[in-house]
Every structure is written in structure tokens, then in C-alpha cells.
Design a protein around this ligand. Structure first.
Ligand SMILES: CC(C)(COP(=O)(O)OP(=O)(O)OC[C@H]1O[C@@H](n2cnc3c(N)ncnc32)[C@H](O)[C@@H]1OP(=O)(O)O)[C@@H](O)C(=O)NCCC(=O)NCCS
Length: 184
């Protein structure tokens, strides 16, 4: 159900990814875009912002499939600076509004965490709106709230600013436990 896309897979998935991003923004998600938001803008994000990073290996793109189409996605973006070889960002966890509460978001995050551990990235960082379901999901996965930045971004629907909440998860213990389990 969950897979990590290469460039060929990405090209085949582009229509579905476009649909998911467009639908999530119109459903009210605070994920970098504001209305009006046309399908072409969603497609341009994937083609111009994500595909080049996929090409250089700057990110891992996970997708969740169901009913022969892609219904969800998330990105793991390892930090590039030499003083953060252990850190990665989590970005754009998106599940199509028609496919929510079926465990896809949780499954995508599990795959992302496994990959982070495999890459030796023991600290995950993300930001989200504290009032969104995503915050509940992240906390249930062991993410902790670092703090809130006021007036961080525009609300997607209304002419006002809103805060974002930074969260983090320390995977170093998960790494140790997994190694111990593998030895037993
Ligand atoms: C956040 C999001 C990815 C969750 O995807 P999902 O596939 O519906 O999540 P899951 O079904 O795996 O839910 C896992 C847990 O998260 C919590 N959760 C998810 N949606 C919830 C909701 N609407 N209300 C309360 N809790 C919720 C629950 O604890 C849930 O476990 P449960 O179903 O056993 O109670 C989805 O709501 C989404 O795409 N939101 C818009 C985009 C967004 O804001 N992304 C985050 C950017 S940082």
C-alpha cells in the first residue's frame, strides 16, 4: 500500500498527486497555498518544486495507494547542512479528503520513520496548525510540541495571519529498540 517513488513512478503519479494537493487545499489544509488555487498550480508545485529534488535525491517521496490510485503522500527531506547529519524534515503529509480516517496518514508516517532510521536521521521536525487533525496524529506517533510561531502564514481562505506549531520526534531510541529486536 505504501511505496517510495522514483522519477518514473513520480511521472506516472503526477495526476493523482495534483488531485490530492488541489483537494486538500480546497478542503482547508494549511500547506503553503491559498485560494484561489487552480489544478495547474498544484501540478506546477509537484513538477517544479518536488521533481527536481527527487532527481537530486534531496527528498524521499512516499505514496499510499488504494483502489488503483494514489490517495496520500508525504515527503522526508534530510537536512543538508554539515552540522545536522542526524536531522530531517517531514513535509506535505496529505491524504485525499475522500480517503481519510482509514489509516493512510499513519501508514505513510510509519514508512517515513523507517526510512529516516535507515538513513541515520534520528531527529524529525515538522510544523503544522495546532487545531488540525494532523497535530493529533503526530502526537499519537510520539511527536512533541516545541512551540508556536504567531502570524506565521496566511489562512488559505481568509485575509488573516495564523500561527504554526513546530513539532519534533527523537527516533534515536526507536533505532536502539529496533536493533535490539533484530538481534533477538
Ligand atoms: C492529517 C491527515 C494527513 C491525516 O490522514 P488520515 O489518513 O485521515 O489519518 P489516519 O486515518 O491515519 O488517522 C490516524 C490518527 O490521526 C488522528 N486523526 C486523524 N484525523 C482526525 C480527525 N479528523 N479528528 C481527530 N483525530 C484525527 C486519529 O488519532 C487517528 O487515529 P484513529 O483513526 O485510530 O482515531 C489528513 O487529515 C490530511 O491530509 N489533512 C490535510 C493536510 C494536512 O493538514 N496535512 C498536515 C500538514 S503538516
Amino acid at each position: 500500500m505504501i511505496s517510495c517513488l522514483d522519477e518514473t513512478g513520480f511521472d506516472a503519479a503526477l495526476d493523482d498527486l495534483t488531485d490530492i494537493l488541489h483537494a486538500c487545499v480546497h478542503d482547508g489544509a494549511s500547506i503553503g497555498f491559498i485560494l484561489p488555487f487552480a489544478p495547474d498550480q498544484a501540478r506546477a508545485y509537484w513538477q517544479n518544486r518536488v521533481r527536481p529534488d527527487l532527481h537530486t535525491g534531496a527528498l524521499d517521496l512516499f505514496v499510499a495507494r488504494g483502489n488503483e490510485r494514489i490517495l496520500g503522500t508525504v515527503q522526508l527531506i534530510p537536512a543538508m547542512m554539515p552540522n545536522q547529519p542526524h536531522r530531517a524534515d517531514v513535509a506535505k503529509l496529505l491524504v485525499h479528503p475522500e480517503a481519510r480516517r482509514r489509516g493512510l496518514g499513519r501508514a505513510l508516517m510509519a514508512a517515513l520513520q523507517d526510512r529516516a532510521i535507515a538513513l541515520g536521521r534520528s531527529l524529525l521536525v515538522l510544523d503544522t496548525r495546532s487545531t488540525d487533525p494532523s497535530c493529533i496524529l503526530y502526537q499519537s506517533l510520539g511527536f512533541q510540541i516545541a512551540g508556536e510561531v504567531p502570524n506565521y502564514c496566511r489562512n488559505p481562505f481568509e485575509d488573516r495571519l495564523e500561527p504554526t506549531t513546530y513539532m519534533f520526534k527523537d527516533l534515536s531510541q526507536a533505532d536502539v529498540l529496533r536493533t535490539l529486536a533484530a538481534k533477538q
